[in-house]
Design a protein around this ligand. Sequence first.
Ligand code: MG
Length: 419
Amino acid sequence: MHESNYSRHVDTVRNSIWRNLRTTELNRAPKRDFEIASIDHVVVEGNFMWNLIKVETTTGEYGLGESFSGPIGEYINLLEPALAGQNPLDVDRLTEDMTQLLSPQSGQTGYSQAAISGIETALWDLTGKLTDLPVYQLLGGKYRDEVPVYVDCHAGEAFAGATEAESPEIYAPDAYATVAQRVVDEGFSALKFDLDVRTEDVDTAPRRLSNREIQHKVDIVRAVREQIGSEPMLGFDLHWCFTAETAIRLAKEIEDENLAWLEDPVPPENPAVHKKVTDSTRIPILSGENLTRVEGFLPFMTDQSIDIIAPDVQKCGGLLETRKIATLAEAYGIPMAPHNISSPVGTIASVHLCAATPNAFTLEWHSREVDWWDEFYEGPDLIQDGSITVPEEPGLGLTIDEEVVSAHLAEGEEMFDIP
Ligand code: MG
């Protein structure tokens, strides 16, 4: 769609839907009379495709955010004319305005929410810079100075290097154990592996594991536990693959391994199935990376079908929406461990969220294999001794190294200007 067509589309939706949240008329103090000028988007090729978002004002200030990996450019193009001319400090109303505008496309779920999440985060970065406050302060203030991260290790080799056909040995229990020890030696006290790895040529359509396949997974879990001892937090991910009966059979066999959680054992769209699995095992069941907004999480909380929620800030609606989800979770006695596969931009945004959220206890980090991670931004390494110190600079407190980011753009991408 051409630029003018995006504007026409936005006008059509605004004129045809009763709930119109756009306004430039709300009373603003003279020193806070800011206006959004443009929204830009660029894809960086990390171990995932990282969607960086920039919101700029008419006076040249800017904020950065990140949207979840995926095709979100068209949504960003649609949202730019919708937000132009509005006050960037009205973050909650703008987020609601964007959600209402994209509801004809995909309701309140899917990539539209990922696009909105990235813009929302950029608006908080911008608001922090304009008001000289770190984002965690804007979200209600700090509960902790450091946010512990856990490492997603995939298997005996990181996700980016893993090809099942070439290297079945990376799915051997001792390969997992070796990586686990290495990660613990690097100072981390929390880690996660994928357990839904295919080790035999079987029909996966029925979502059912044979006893032999279950035994292989049990061997992996035990090998890792034996290697690193009982202290480190250890989770395993099943990526929505299995039926409840298979998930329950597997969970029973690894119940004594003191796991921090078992993640996404069954497709999460049916809370009743989730509840069946959760109720059947002492292992805490974690889920939520594919849920959006408060409404998506609510049924799983009210019926206690998830023990630990894992919202993805770059996908579920943004920082404030995740804070709202966390508040509800707290009311239902549920802790939070946010999902995160993003660049340092999205990661530091999630750090601010975790700093300002009482029931957040760890944040995912999925980029151990990205050897230019620490060159992506200016200043000292973000992760030290398994934690990220909460920044005190205004906004997200992260300055990207334009040259390094530009060197890692996805094919056909052009870096946006940083004022
Ligand atoms: Mg997962």
